[in-house]
Design a protein around this ligand. Structure first.
Ligand SMILES: Cc1cc2nc3c(=O)[nH]c(=O)nc-3n(C[C@H](O)[C@H](O)[C@H](O)COP(=O)(O)O)c2cc1C
Ligand code: SF4
Length: 405
């Protein structure tokens, strides 16, 4: 898929200008030196900056670093740091774009985070087949060697406990969240898993400070974020935008029926709702914004995504084993015009049963998508029940990879 970088909403912070990958010399020239040696100062600056994670949950970064450092002191085990570039979300391209264009910003952030938590090992997890990063590593003289780990290209591979399992030599599947990865992750050591975009922001905050970071965004949600943007009739773009920017500036809404924010664990909005919204961390989720043209069927697209999510779960827990396949199958019935039996009620009931009951948040994210589809496509649901579909174009729009068992 081709990317263009013509949409500039702010002075670029993370992506090398012109779409040209930055080697180490260019990187140093552009951003200047990083100063190591004062982890306590870095933690304070991160707290003041208000940086939150860009992997989907928007958790305050300084709190996670503080908790991992504390777990290391308490247990006497040197923590492990993992840069998360797995990008399991099929519609997202932001992390691989960042790693391709600005690998050294991510690697600076990884070293700084490692120093801040007192880590003894560092890994950078990337999806299998990603741009080689070995050259970038050989250009540097880092205090802590970084090992590149190539994770299977699956939806769950980037979940933090799945990553920790994979690096420990197991399958890349989530495990029970107790104890959490920050206490016991890679080979049971306290482990910091941080999205690669978060690390790149961290590397800039360490250089330029909290006030600089806060000069973009809003007081409540400072800074900027990378978004993968799907607008009708345009190439897929990865852009950097400040929090608080109106969504309609990122995504032209003419001829658009609905917008999916946050990716496949995200939320459908009607175009009218999207027109009133600004970019927030909650809406941004995994950094994906998709405009669905008004002549497409959002129910058909949602059904395809739900089938994909159900098959990706690996069925380790009840909600995924029993709930998600049922929800996906009943939703498929709703996506086709014709008799629907009890499918609508069944989906609503099963959604309530699986929510909050998995070892990880996969069922919760899936339920979020289902519930928002019910609200946003309520008129289409009624039309399908009455035997017709309002969409002129029933081709799928959302990218859904083939599931592999
Ligand atoms: C099902 C599932 C899949 C996830 N996939 C990714 C992913 O591909 N990349 C990522 O950075 N975070 C992913 N996450 C979030 C991670 O578990 C973790 O919270 C994140 O990497 C922490 O980094 P951050 O605080 O910098 O966002 C996923 C979470 C879930 C529940
Ligand atoms: S909730 Fe689903 S995806 Fe998460 S660990 Fe359990 S079976 Fe796997």
């Amino acid at each position: 898929m081709t990317m263009t970088f013509t949409d500039i909403y702010m002075p670029p912070r993370l992506l090398a200008p012109g779409g040209t990958p930055a080697g180490y010399a260019t990187h140093q020239q552009r951003y200047g030196p990083v100063s190591y040696g004062n982890p306590a100062h870095l933690l304070r600056t991160l707290a003041e900056s208000g940086l939150t994670g860009r992997g989907g949950a928007a958790f305050p970064t300084y709190r996670k670093l503080g908790a991992v450092a504390e777990a290391g002191r308490r247990t006497g085990r040197a923590p492990v740091v993992v840069g998360n570039g797995a990008e399991g979300e099929p519609a997202s391209h932001k992390d691989r774009t960042l790693l391709r264009l600005s690998p050294h910003l991510v690697l600076d952030g990884l070293q700084l985070a490692a120093e801040a938590v007192g880590a003894g090992e560092a890994y950078l997890a990337v999806e299998d087949g990603a741009t080689p990063l070995e050259t970038a590593l050989t250009e540097r003289r880092d205090p802590l060697p970084v090992r590149i780990v190539r994770v299977p290209k699956r939806f769950l591979s980037g979940q933090s406990s799945a990553l920790a399992q994979y690096i420990s030599g197991q399958a890349a599947l989530p495990r029970d969240q107790h104890p959490p990865v920050r206490e016991q992750g890679v080979r049971r050591a306290p482990t910091l898993v941080q999205n690669v975009e978060t690390l790149a922001h961290l590397a800039l905050i360490a250089r330029y400070g909290a006030d600089w970071f806060r000069s973009q965004g809003t007081p409540a949600e400072p800074g900027s974020a990378l978004c993968t943007v799907y607008a009708p009739g345009r190439e897929v773009r990865v852009v950097e935008a400040p929090f608080g920017m109106p969504l309609h500036r990122l995504l032209p809404l003419d001829g658009v029926g609905a917008v999916l924010t946050g990716g496949y664990h995200g939320t459908w909005l009607t175009a009218a709702e999207a027109a009133t919204r600004t970019l927030t961390a909650a809406d941004l989720g995994a950094g994906v914004l998709i405009a669905l043209p008004a002549d497409r069927c959002g129910l058909a697209d949602t059904a395809d995504v739900l089938r994909y999510l159900a098959l990706e779960s690996a069925g380790q827990c009840g909600p995924c084993l029993n709930g998600l396949p049922r929800i996906a199958a009943a939703f498929r019935t709703l996506a086709a015009p014709g008799p629907q039996g009890t499918s609508r009620r069944d989906v609503a009931r099963w959604a309530g049963l699986v929510e909050g009951r998995g070892a990880c948040h996969h069922p919760d994210g899936t339920v979020r998508l289902v519930r928002s589809a019910f609200t946003t496509f309520a008129a289409e649901l009624d039309a399908h029940a009455a035997g017709h579909c309002t969409a002129a174009d029933r081709r799928p729009l959302l990218p859904v990879p083939e599931n592999r068992s």
